[in-house]
Design a protein around this ligand. Structure first.
Ligand SMILES: Nc1ncnc2c1ncn2[C@@H]1O[C@H](COP(=O)(O)OP(=O)(O)OP(=O)(O)O)[C@@H](O)[C@H]1O
Length: 321
């Protein structure tokens, strides 16, 4: 199936000469939830702003549902709903007037039945005659989503949808976003909360210093990059790791009561059987054991740090030459 968004060779150098995006290629699949992760200043907002036609690209090509964002700007923009990070609405307008107005901005014929559907879906229908100023923070966020959906876009961009939102509300938002996906909307979200990507995304893209360093199915990423730990609780604490086991990837907790064996998830042979056999040979007993997988957060930190190290090495080589 054709991707709903296709980005090729996208670059952006701002007027001052700063390059915020460098040769980005990315295809967004129809119906997926795609999470764009990256540290502050990585280029996430620049990328979204270009696709939404708010910022002009320096080079490259973007199509949204087949429409080129430059040659066919209006049609491309019609395909997209954008929920910005900041809540910006007229406080004295009613909820209903706000969504009706947003739809009108796109030149769409009125469709009260559709607006009712999205307000119900976002649990805002009861509040439709309320002034925005009377809504809670969570309701205002949902209203921003309703406004972004008012012209029936196929793609929804959510820029940091849950920044500064409490845990309960965050989970409500996740549920609601899944509901939108079920209704056929493709969702691209940027987030600083890796937990959010882990929870929600079908695929993850990591952007760092304007470069897309990785795009991967979330499950595959977690399998491929992840390390697992096998922890053994020892009835008798150890002073140190026995010399006979020194060649194994082991670590000992501070109080010596927990021995941790690290293994690579992707490796065919985890070495666990051999490890347990050798443990037995040196008469170390254990009370129980459990395993733990690395989180997307650890994977992400490793990736970004790895890329930074590579860049620093490259720079130091260049200065030596
Ligand atoms: N109008 C502009 N002129 C010059 N530089 C800009 C402009 N807008 C953004 N930048 C720079 O481009 C880089 C990328 O910014 P961008 O807002 O895309 O990052 P981001 O990944 O969205 O960051 P955050 O997570 O902090 O929102 C930053 O270094 C920023 O200072």
């Amino acid at each position: 199936m054709e991707p709903i968004i296709s980005i090729q060779g996208l670059g952006k150098t701002y007027a001052g000469g700063f390059t915020a995006l460098n040769n980005v290629d990315l295809q967004i699949k129809r119906g997926e939830i795609f999470a764009l992760l990256g540290p502050n200043g990585a280029g996430k907002t620049t990328l979204i702003s270009i696709v939404c036609g708010i910022v002009n690209a320096s080079h490259g090509k973007v199509t949204v549902n087949g429409y080129d964002i430059q040659r066919n700007y209006r049609k491309a923009r019609n395909e997209i709903g954008l929920v910005p990070q900041e809540i910006s609405t007229d406080a004295f307008e009613t909820v209903w007037a706000a969504v009706k107005f947003s739809r009108g901005l796109f030149g769409k014929a009125p469709n009260p039945a559709y607006l009712e559907k999205i307000l119900r879906q976002l649990s805002l229908w009861e509040k439709k005659d309320n002034k925005i100023i009377t809504l809670s923070g969570g309701m205002k966020r949902r209203l921003m989503i309703a406004k972004a959906l008012s012209h029936e876009p196929n793609v929804l961009f959510l820029d940091e949808p849950t920044a500064g939102v409490d845990v309960e509300l965050r989970q409500d938002m996740w549920e609601m976003v899944r509901g939108l996906q079920d209704s056929g909307v493709t969702i691209i979200l940027t987030t600083h909360y890796i937990e959010e990507a882990e929870e929600m995304a079908d695929r993850v893209g990591v952007i760092n210093h304007g470069e897309l360093v990785l795009v991967e199915e979330k499950n595959i990423l977690m399998q491929k990059m992840g390390e697992k730990e096998l922890s053994l609780n020892l009835p008798e604490p150890l002073q140190k790791i026995p010399d006979a086991l020194a060649d194994l990837p082991l670590s000992l907790s501070g109080d010596g009561s927990q021995l941790v064996y690290r293994f690579d998830v992707k490796s065919e042979d985890t070495g666990i059987a051999e490890f347990l056999r050798r443990l037995n040979a040196v008469n170390i007993e254990f009370r129980d054991l459990h395993t733990r997988e690395s989180s997307l957060e650890e994977i992400f930190v490793n990736l970004v740090n790895g890329a930074r190290r590579e860049r620093e090495e490259l720079l130091s080589k260049e200065t030596q030459e």
